[in-house]
Design a protein around this ligand. Sequence first.
Ligand code: ADP
Ligand code: MG
Length: 254
Amino acid sequence: HRDTDLILSVEDVNKTFDGFKAISDLNFYLGDGELRTIIGPNGAGKSTFMDMITGRTRPDTGKLTMHKPDGHDIDLSKLPEFKINRLGISRKFQTPSVYTQHSVYDNLLLSLPRSRTLFSSIFYKESAADRAAIEEALETIRLQDLRHEIAGNLSHGQKQWLEIGMLLAQKPSILLVDEPAAGMTDDETERTGELLISLAGKHSLIVIEHDMTFVKQIARDGKVTVLHQGTVLCEGKFDEVQNNPKVREVYLGR
Ligand code: ADP
Ligand code: MG
């Protein structure tokens, strides 16, 4: 991977809900293999921004472009959500969503592109490639020892990792993760940070978070984007952003 290659461009995007400007002239560029952290106060437009990338919400104006490694550009703003997902853009919502009655292994099996529904999977025999994909996901999320455990018995953190593993089994190129550390213990939070860091390079990631210890852990030397009132307030390394007077005002001011 060449770090300077872009995988996603968001240009001059606007979105108004009933007269309220949720996204305002937003510009954002994600490098291929980058791990980008987005912070910003409540209502800044962070989740709406993710909604627009995945096609859940349409921008009123502006451009969203995915840049494929083969040089092709794809205009995301006109594609339905399922097609954007098929292009390899996956979203992890804040609350975990796993099949609580099924084992960790079966959750991963069910998330493979060929076994979309619970019903078909009952009769579905996984291929060697499927097993390899599941093993790789298990290793990445470090739940190998819990492969036979029923997902409903997992801790909150383990469920979140499992869901990340389920998304990984589909080999996404861009992974969007909304507040992964919410509700986690300190240990779980740190492990989640390690997991996300390990994904960078192989995947491009956008992580929304407000736990600053966690943001510092995952941002390392990478870029942090601060959203405020639907637009980018500032962008830079963690320390630069943290010391930016505008950012301090947004978080501490009033
Ligand atoms: P964040 O995730 O940064 O907390 P959101 O993206 O959820 O912020 O919301 C940004 C603003 O847009 C908020 O003021 C929210 O009330 C508003 N908003 C988001 N989605 C909708 C919607 N579907 N309809 C009306 N207003 C919305
Ligand atoms: Mg949000």
